[in-house]
Design a protein around this ligand. Structure first.
Ligand SMILES: Nc1ncnc2c1ncn2[C@@H]1O[C@H](COP(=O)(O)OP(=O)(O)OP(=O)(O)O)[C@@H](O)[C@H]1O
Ligand SMILES: [Mg+2]
Length: 251
């Protein structure tokens, strides 16, 4: 790690055929911060997210995480060194309880070792303890025995973040965690992300400007695959180029 940055990309690019969805991105995320990436639809945010989390292999450039070059590392081997992304709602076990889902996520952290019979009793207890601790942070303890499929959509999304947390990550990457959420659930998710920012590095891709402006330390604005502007919320808010990018998209 250099100068307190946990994640650094250099000249990162991702092309789909001849189209460069990510086009020469130098991004630095400081450890212990909530760093948001915003930009109009199609700016390349999700494509960048896939490069960082290992879902897509960049066409060019490099990614350093905690000082290690992870550019060509598969997604599951990024988890092992402390990177976590939120799961999709569809990856929750709909018929299993909140507590069971979290326990399985805690168990998954240990990979194949969790299957070793003679370790399973002691580790099983540790997994449950971790699941219960995370459940408390999610404010879902009262719903411990409820099947994930019976939670509100918003609570399911909160549970997804919890599943990622069970991996005890150094850094959590979230792509639109509030998408499809009802207005009542959004403050819960916002509070959760803000709280997570106290002891994790969080990279947040989010369209809801109210959330982004209220909890981010740093905001990177992307447009057409490139970084347009980066700064503190008030700086980004006041930047005419940002406004023009959003207006240009709407025109
Ligand atoms: N699998 C793909 N194949 C070809 N083009 C793609 C693919 N995925 C995304 N794109 C294109 O790449 C560009 C960037 O898409 P991306 O999903 O990264 O944008 P985004 O910033 O996440 O947008 P949004 O805010 O709508 O989520 C868009 O023009 C999109 O149409
Ligand atoms: Mg996207």
């Amino acid at each position: 790690m250099t100068d307190g940055y946990i994640l650094e990309t250099q000249a990162l690019a991702l092309a789909y055929g001849g189209f460069r969805a990510v086009d020469g991105v130098d991004l630095k995320v400081r450890e212990g911060t909530i760093h948001s990436v915003i930009g109009p639809n199609g700016a390349g945010k999700t494509s960048l997210f896939h490069c960082l989390t290992g879902g897509r292999r960049p066409t060019e450039g490099s990614i350093l995480f905690a000082g290690e070059d992870i550019t060509r590392r598969p997604a599951h081997r990024r988890i092992g060194i402390g990177m976590a992304r939120s799961f999709q709602v569809t990856s929750l076990f709909q018929n299993l309880s909140v507590r069971e889902n979290l326990r399985l996520a805690a168990q998954g952290r240990d990979g194949d070792r969790a299957l070793t019979f003679w370790r399973s009793v002691a580790e099983g207890k540790a997994h449950l303890a971790l699941a219960d601790e995370v459940m408390e942070r999610l404010n879902l303890t009262a719903r411990a025995g409820v099947a994930a499929g019976d939670l509100s959509h918003g609570q399911q999304r909160v549970l997804e973040v919890g599943m990622a947390l069970c991996g005890r990550p150094k850094m959590l990457l979230l792509d639109e965690p509030t998408s499809g959420m009802g207005i009542d659930d959004i403050p819960v998710m916002t509070g959760l992300i803000s709280e997570l920012g106290r002891d994790h590095t969080v990279m947040l891709i989010e369209h809801n400007m109210g959330i982004v402006m209220s909890i981010s330390h740093t905001i990177t604005v992307m447009s057409r695959g490139q970084i347009l502007v980066e700064g503190k919320p008030d700086e980004v808010c006041a930047d005419a180029r940002v406004r023009a990018a959003y207006l240009g998209e709407a025109a």
